[in-house]
Design a protein around this ligand. Structure first.
Ligand code: SF4
Length: 436
């Protein structure tokens, strides 16, 4: 429930968006809810009365109530009349509200279903936000149960997504992380229907969305994109600086035989050729991917092909998992499971190859300058930041020692002075903002 001015509404949107991304359902009626968040107004006396009445109504109808917003700054006044509210937080204290919801109604994180890393759920600072553009998936990868749980792809209309993004930016978000099960398929289910936003037409497609988001003046990062030919259209937008030159492409394997057994989207594409073409258009492009080793039927020859692919692709950021069966997945019926010991050994060999690649790619950045976004200031004064190549929670970091006068959520320019296996070390040059 949201009361008060447009600023309060923006806060409510921010809270709802975050909770939705974390898997909470937003319901319209008190009796369907496990918990109620009341965003209050405390500006004039009549608003205070209205807010206190609304809290009373929510308590009577539901019983579990968290209060936030302007009246939240006057906790005593709320508790005098409603001592049983679960938590009270002040205006724009969005992290505290989400934290209170987590405490009283813990999120269920399912690594097989959720798009957001667990770190993102525990603590999503206010300067970045996940933007979910679709639900469900039209593919049928044999190791995955998402289509049976969430159904086929359902894209959100582009104008709705752009309006939500605009509100997030108005609420202080500096980086938008675009997510869906298959971001590259966005819009196909609604035939790329056009939508109007800020007096312009945009197609409900990845390119249409990227064009719109590129006008917001914040970092825009694309996750879960498959290497289909139409993804080529996004790369020039990255080269022009509209959206971050970053693509998270879950390749999962490098052996065509295993990709076929996995029934992966775009498995037939010549991925290495595509990567080379992307890099020729946008040399700064940072590529992130995830892989599975030890999939049923994976032979030593398949695994070597995977390592060859890794060496040839020279990806910037890579995650690797050993295959483990998911209840209900068709891959469970495949013959020739790989013994656990072999899986672990392949995982270690894989990570060793990627460590070398990461180390040499990062070493090549020493001496250069880049813009970073500050995530945290440690007690010793070190600023922990990220570059365009680092998504929060899953990629590397840029560490800036003795960073004076730097604030969390601020963009700064730095010069790279050193490189580790996965992280960079830098010192500050001059302050800046994205695209302006
Ligand atoms: S693309 Fe494959 S792995 Fe991803 S959600 Fe769809 S079926 Fe699952």
């Amino acid at each position: 429930m949201s009361l008060g001015c447009p600023k309060a509404l923006v806060d409510s949107e921010r809270i709802l968006t975050q909770l939705k991304v974390e898997g909470y359902d937003i319901v319209p009626a008190y009796h369907d809810a496990d918990l109620v968040v009341v965003n209050t107004c405390g500006f004039i006396e009549s608003a205070v009365t209205e807010s206190l009445d609304a809290i009373g109504e929510a308590l009577a109808e539901n019983g579990k109530v968290i209060v936030t917003g302007c009246l939240g700054a006057r906790e005593q006044k709320i508790r005098e009349r409603h001592p049983n509210v679960l938590a009270v937080t002040g205006p724009q204290r969005y992290e505290e509200v989400v934290g209170a919801v987590h405490r009283h109604l813990p999120p269920r994180h399912d690594p097989y279903l959720d798009l957001v890393p667990p770190q993102g759920i525990k603590l999503t600072p206010r300067h970045y936000a996940y933007l979910k553009i679709a639900e469900g998936c039209n593919h049928r990868c044999t190791f995955c149960i998402i289509p049976s749980m969430r159904g086929d792809l359902m894209s959100r209309p582009v104008d709705e997504v752009l309006r939500e993004a605009e509100k997030l930016v108005a609420a202080g978000v500096k980086e938008l992380l675009v997510i869906a099960q298959d971001t590259s398929a966005y819009g196909v289910d609604i035939r790329y229907r056009a939508g109007r936003w800020r007096d312009r037409e945009y197609a409900t497609s990845l390119t249409g969305l990227a064009r719109g988001l590129g006008d917001l003046g914040v970092w825009v990062r694309l996750h879960y994109v498959y290497p289909y030919p139409h993804v080529d259209d996004i790369i020039p937008l990255m080269a022009e600086g509209g959206i971050l030159p970053y693509l998270d492409v879950p390749f999962q394997h490098g052996s065509p035989r295993i990709l076929k057994l996995m029934k992966r989207p775009a498995a037939a594409e010549d991925t290495l050729k595509r990567i080379a073409a992307w890099r020729s258009i946008c040399p700064d492009l940072a590529l992130r991917s995830t892989f599975i080793v030890g999939f049923p039927g994976e032979t030593e020859d398949d695994f070597r092909r995977l390592l060859d692919f890794l060496r040839a692709a020279q990806l910037d950021r890579v995650g690797c998992f050993t295959y483990s069966p998911v209840e209900g997945a068709r891959a469970n019926d495949l013959p020739d499971p790989v013994p656990e010991e072999v899986k672990r050994d392949r995982h270690a060999r894989f990570m060793e190859v990627q460590r070398e690649i990461s180390r040499s790619r990062l070493a090549a950045k020493v001496g250069g300058t880049m813009q970073v976004l500050v995530d945290e200031i440690r007690d010793d004064g070190t600023a922990v930041a990220r570059s365009h190549a680092d998504a929060p929670g899953i990629d590397g970091q840029v560490l800036i020692a003795a960073a004076r006068d730097v604030k969390v959520g601020e963009f700064i320019d730095v010069r790279i002075t050193g490189a580790r296996d996965y992280d960079l070390v830098a010192r500050r040059s001059t302050a800046a903002g994205p695209g302006n």
